[in-house]
Design a protein around this ligand. Structure first.
Ligand code: FES
Length: 580
């Protein structure tokens, strides 16, 4: 794609704060100088906001202040003026009821922080799952020049000689305890072996997926996604990104120049090739909605269908992000997509180069980590989008994490009305369930939980696990952690709390899942379904006030990205009135 750089020098938006000699200019500039800043920093050079999601309660991002220093070096070197700005940080591991409920709040807060303050461009310093999409959504809505720098993944976990992946082994060990194959004390001992270094989850979970999506969209420098957090090259990446954003501001290279439909299609195909998280579906739909690109669930199915999953990482495969980096990382995968005719090669990236120019010379250094196509984990690695009377607006399933024998399945529904009902009954030995049943969980969607928790991969009943069964068909309106696995139908839309057909499924109904034909069917007469829906009344109460109320009142369905309706679209970065 051709990009024509703007003329330089020119007056930047930050100069309406810092340039000139009016009372207001002196107020804005003078107060800044209490930090000991030389006056020539305010002379019209690009002011770069380093939007930092650092927080000690977001452990995956706890090292980002250190990385911000490296970004600053690069900005200074390139003739910019860096200002580090703390922004709302959404911790996946700590936030209740779920970090997802606050993705939109963070996006809204960051958008206003970008627009309302003297910034000409931004470095989005992110890592943990929701921090990446929330800041990308904000950047898309302000359309200020922006570049993503992720914190990088943790080093490999290791427990008793076994490679241990973040999240993936949490679920595995937890099931092993329930099955009586591991003691609770051993589980606790494994805890310290899982998180050995700073960084985000080391599996191809949502954090690694979203880092890969940022790179595949063209919003991060090539190679950014896989460099471990503690590797010296992560610091170099931060440094180089600092240099680059200054030139992007001079050129006026905005998110809307990069985030075209072709960029999203590149990202969707990349997600299939890496066996990425189903959460990417929701996040990319939301980002596209902010920048005005018409992206739908059907694009996910269309673009992902023919993409083999070639990255052999947990949860779909066996390695972790550290090995992915040593093998060459995401550029190798993108090159393979290009060679297979599955890449828009001329898509623009933040480097100013096309996607293809960036990756065409890279090499694969480990063919057991980045597999040859004939040894792919699955030949159809994208996200399968299912439809039918149980999901009129769609539902998703990740084939690479599912059991092939369950991809076509008919079973008796065992229904849990909400997560509390599930927790109360799942361990009951008298529960009428076996491995042929279909577990159904309601009221865990965007409005229902609230915030669409990652509970879709609900654990199996102990009596089934004890018989050595490791997977069953599960259906919900929830999400699933990118580190999780199983034959799990997610994001069923409309959600139960909004009166979707999921709300009226009853235990004993027969459900048909047919992934090859993309079908999800509740096998009851249509008249019966219509009667149940007509008699349905909401069971989830709207919160009384605060952000929870705003979220409940305005959140959209998972099928369109679960953004707040009034936040869709690009509002640009007009310089507001001065208040003084
Ligand atoms: Fe933060 Fe996984 S919990 S990246």
């Amino acid at each position: 794609m051709t990009f024509k750089p703007a003329a330089w020098p020119r007056k930047l938006r930050s100069q309406t704060w810092f340039g000139g000699t009016s009372k207001d200019n002196i107020y804005h500039r003078g107060w800044m100088r209490n930090q000991g800043l030389p006056v020539d920093l305010f002379d019209g050079r690009p002011v770069i906001g380093i939007l930092n999601t650092w927080s000690e309660l977001t452990p995956c991002n706890a090292h980002l202040r250190d990385l911000a220093e490296k970004v600053k070096y690069g900005i200074y070197e390139a003739g910019g003026f860096p200002v580090e700005v703390p922004v709302f940080s959404t911790s996946e591991s700590a936030f209740r009821p779920t970090a997802m409920m606050f993705r939109n709040l963070a996006a809204m807060a960051v958008e206003e922080a970008m627009r309302g303050q003297p910034m000409d461009g931004c470095v989005l310093l992110v890592g943990c799952d929701k921090t990446t999409p929330s800041l990308l959504m904000a950047a898309a809505s302000t359309d200020l020049p922006s570049i993503v720098v992720t914190g990088g993944p943790m080093l490999n976990g290791n427990f008793r000689g076994e490679r241990v992946g973040s999240g993936t082994h949490l679920w595995k060990f937890s099931e092993a305890v329930k099955a009586g194959e591991m003691t609770a004390a051993e589980f606790a001992e494994a805890e310290a072996s899982m998180s050995r270094s700073p960084g985000s989850c080391n599996t191809m979970g949502t954090a690694s997926t979203m880092a890969s999506m940022a790179e595949a969209l063209g919003m991060a420098l090539s190679g950014n996604a896989a460099i471990p957090a503690v590797d010296s090259r992560r610091r170099v990446m931060a440094h180089m990104s600092g240099r680059r954003i200054v030139q992007m501001v001079k050129d006026d290279m905005k998110p809307s120049d990069i985030l075209k439909k072709e960029a999203f299609e590149n990202a969707i195909r990349t997600n299939g090739a890496i066996g990425g998280s189903t959460n990417a579906v929701i996040h990319l739909l939301a980002i596209a909605g902010r920048v005005g690109v018409d992206l739908t669930l059907d694009d996910w199915d269309r673009c992902g269908r023919d993409v083999p999953t070639i990255v052999n990482l947990m949860p779909s495969g066996k390695y972790l992000m550290e090995e992915f980096f040593y093998a060459g990382g995401l550029p190798v995968v993108i090159k393979r997509l290009g060679e297979a005719g599955l890449l828009h090669k001329d898509a623009l990236t933040v480097s100013g180069e096309t996607m293809w120019d960036q990756v065409k010379e890279v090499k694969n250094w480990n063919e057991d980590v980045i597999l040859p196509t004939d040894k792919a984990l699955t030949q159809s690695g994208g996200v399968a989008v299912l439809r039918g009377n149980l999901a009129p607006l769609g539902a998703v399933l990740k084939p690479s994490a599912a059991t092939p024998a369950l991809m076509v399945h008919r079973g008796r529904a065992v229904v849990f009305e909400d997560i509390d009902d599930y927790k109360a009954r799942i361990n009951d030995e008298a529960l009428d369930i076996d491995e042929t049943c279909v577990m159904v969980l309601k009221n865990c969607g965007p409005k229902g939980y609230p915030g669409m928790a990652e509970v879709g991969n609900m654990g199996l009943p102990p009596k089934v696990l004890r018989r050595g069964i490791t997977d069953m068909v599960r259906i919900s309106d929830a999400r699933m952690s990118g580190t999780a696995y199983g034959t799990v139908v997610l994001h069923t839309s409309p959600e139960a709390a909004a009166g979707g057909p999921l709300a009226v499924v009853r235990s004993g109904d027969m459900i048909e899942l047919d992934v090859p034909n993309r079908r999800l069917h509740l096998d009851i007469p249509e008249t019966e379904l219509a009667a149940r829906l007509a008699a349905w009344t909401p069971t989830v109460k709207a919160p009384d006030g605060g952000y929870a109320w705003l979220h409940h009142a305005h959140v959209q369905g998972a099928d369109t990205g679960a953004d707040l309706d009034f936040l869709k679209g690009c509002r640009g970065n007009p310089v507001g009135k001065d208040s003084h």
